[in-house]
Design a protein around this ligand. Structure first.
Ligand SMILES: Nc1ncnc2c1ncn2[C@@H]1O[C@H](COP(=O)(O)OP(=O)(O)O)[C@@H](O)[C@H]1O
Ligand SMILES: [Mg+2]
Length: 378
């Protein structure tokens, strides 16, 4: 009988596990939030991932449960584990991807380099942090943020008053995360795969470009990276994967500071936008690797299969809604471009697809990828 992997969440990350699952003969089953989602092709159930009964019912039909996002509550994960379900990554690892305050505290214990930070429970504490950090800081809601939602650069604590008010309403209480505003020259991401038996594989470090808090573009490998930097990044990635007992793909978002230090921004324990290039530019894609890792199969080679890969997100898409109508022009003009779309309705700022181009000449590769992606926008 085929191995069965259950993915909670029906977004594009689950969708992009479908092709490698088909190739391997692994049965992929998705619990989608609603009908007509990116991964609906593999959806066997539609239901609420916050409901323990729903998720447990789904989990009983597969050999291992993994995730498209990090929002499944710990209470639900605990029910799965108590019921003998193989949950990968496990709840004790996932909580550090669910809560940025827990993550900061744990990374500090592991001695990982990171921005100055503090847990702040009121406006006064945040103002003190701002005053101690040159009059500016970054404030984050510890849970539930993505694509820059839940991140603000502030120079006065009152700018986060609404978030403190929301905390007061939240039964779990808690605090906001204050961070020094890092003076970075660029953002990077280090991906690592780890399986339960302990085997790890590190991918090349990549440069990520965000616009308005959203990943716009990824260059693999990160240009102008010294051997020392690549080595430090890989050691940070492997150290976190082992230190937190991560299973599956781990992405470590990093800042490269103007004085050439690497600082950890945040973690994702699943395939990640920074690794979409691996579909077309690495021996083993992050989606295949995630399946292998959660099934505790030997990991695939993580090295790049081409000197350069550039991935450009299609953000928003055409106002008239049709991505397919753009295929003709994009494919004709850029035959080397690999076009990926997610079956999602275009909406301003929404990730609806991406384009990857690989090759020997970075300037040409980047040009082709950007030009092809732009044909999917108005
Ligand atoms: N401490 C910081 N200093 C400078 N920029 C930051 C800092 N934290 C976050 N950012 C910027 O905001 C973006 C989103 O922050 P992040 O914590 O990664 O949130 P999200 O969960 O939305 O991805 C980062 O990619 C970076 O560009
Ligand atoms: Mg981020």
């Amino acid at each position: 009988m085929a191995l069965r992997v259950g993915v909670v969440g029906g977004g594009q990350l689950a969708r992009m596990m479908i092709a490698p699952a088909v190739e391997l003969g692994v049965e992929l089953r998705v619990l989608a939030e609603e009908d007509a989602m990116a991964a609906s092709l593999a959806a066997v159930a539609v239901g609420d991932y916050r409901d323990a009964g729903t998720v447990l019912g789904f989990a009983r039909t597969v050999d291992v449960v993994t995730f498209d996002h990090e929002h499944v509550p710990q209470e639900v994960l605990a029910v799965l584990v108590e019921s003998g379900v193989a949950v990968r990554p496990g709840p004790s690892a996932l909580r550090f991807a669910q809560d940025k305050l827990l993550m900061r505290a744990r990374l500090a214990e592991l001695g990982m380099p990171q921005p100055d930070w503090a847990a702040v429970t009121d406006v006064g504490a945040l103002q003190a942090f701002i005053d101690a950090h040159g009059g500016r800081a970054v404030v984050k809601t510890p849970r539930g943020g993505y694509d820059g939602k839940g991140v603000r650069v502030v120079d006065a604590a009152v700018e986060a008053e609404d978030w403190f008010a929301a905390l007061a309403e939240d039964a779990r209480g808690g605090a906001l995360l204050a961070e020094e505003l890092v003076d970075f020259s660029r953002e990077l991401a280090q991906q690592v795969a780890r399986r339960p038996s302990g085997e790890v594989r590190a991918y090349d470090i990549v440069e990520t470009v965000q616009r308005g808090g959203v990943c716009a573009e990824v260059i693999a490998p990160a240009p102008h990276s010294s051997e020392r930097m690549r080595d430090v990044a890989a050691r940070i990635g492997v150290g976190i994967a082992e230190g937190l007992d991560v299973v599956g793909m781990l992405a470590v978002e990093l800042f490269e500071t103007t004085d050439q230090r690497l600082l950890v921004n945040e973690l994702a324990m699943r395939p990640h936008n920074s690794g979409h290039w691996t579909q077309d530019g690495a021996v083993t894609s992050q989606f295949e690797q995630h399946l292998r890792a959660v099934l505790d199969l030997p990991l695939g080679d993580a090295t790049g299969s081409t000197p350069w890969a550039v991935m450009v997100n299609i953000l928003g898409g055409p106002a008239d809604g049709g991505l397919d109508e753009r295929f003709d022009a994009a494919m004709a003009a850029h035959p080397r471009a690999k076009i990926h779309t997610y079956g999602k309705a275009p909406r301003p700022g929404r990730k609806v697809g991406h384009v990857t181009v690989t090759g020997d000449d970075l300037d040409d590769v980047a040009y082709q990828a950007r030009a092809a992606a732009s044909l999917f926008l108005d």
